[in-house]
Unconditional design. Structure first.
Length: 198
């Protein structure tokens, strides 16, 4: 029996302490654990929509797991605000390298026999390009949901972010995301009583 101890899962448990939208006044705070769950659920739905409606061959469970782990490196790096992260190519490239280093650091917190099982969720590969495209779209949709919820709470702080994210979703040219936006997103603007009446 192996007596060595590994910190991978204890580190992942700290996702709940990393807050998103640090530069914005939030009516309800959101952490990366909550965001990752929502992104995962939406990414899974996008994969299913792609398979059922667009005759794609996604692996929805794999896409969902990519969504769960897509922001794990922020345990180490923190959540860098989008305006800073995408300020210019130099910053974006440097941050990508920092994320990669953080991914390796997390993977090294696993035993050897499990590390290779988790690598596909932390390290990008060319074969995962389409699946990661769905996760990126889901990530943007989750951010838009946050903006919508803040607006419903009367917080105007997210107004320009909402417009920017809507445009970013359109620019992705992701048909699965377009279907989700048409069929599911409008319901996020409703109250609980309105949702119950459907």
């Amino acid at each position: 029996m192996n007596s060595r101890k590994y910190s991978f899962f204890a580190m992942l448990a700290r996702m709940k302490y990393i807050e998103r939208w640090a530069l914005m006044r939030n009516s309800v705070k959101e952490n990366i654990s909550e965001h990752s769950l929502e992104t995962s659920m939406i990414a899974h739905a996008l994969a299913l929509l792609g398979n059922k409606r667009l005759h794609k061959d996604y692996k929805p469970e794999h896409v969902a797991l990519l969504g769960i782990y897509h922001d794990c490196t922020e345990i180490i790096t923190g959540d860098m605000p989008t305006p800073i992260k995408y300020e210019n190519n130099e910053i974006q490239s440097a941050y990508k390298q920092i994320e990669k280093t953080a991914a390796f650091r997390l993977l090294n917190m696993l035993p050897d026999d499990l590390r290779t099982e988790y690598e596909p969720y932390f390290l990008e590969t060319p074969s995962d390009k389409e699946a990661r495209r769905l996760v990126k779209a889901a990530d943007k949709i989750s951010a838009l949901i946050k903006c919508t919820e803040e607006g419903k709470a009367g917080n105007q702080e997210f107004r320009s972010a909402e417009l920017s994210i809507k445009n970013a979703i359109k620019e992705l040219n992701c048909p699965e995301a377009n279907i989700f936006m048409e069929e599911f997103f409008p319901m996020y603007q409703m109250t609980l009583d309105e949702l119950n009446s459907f």
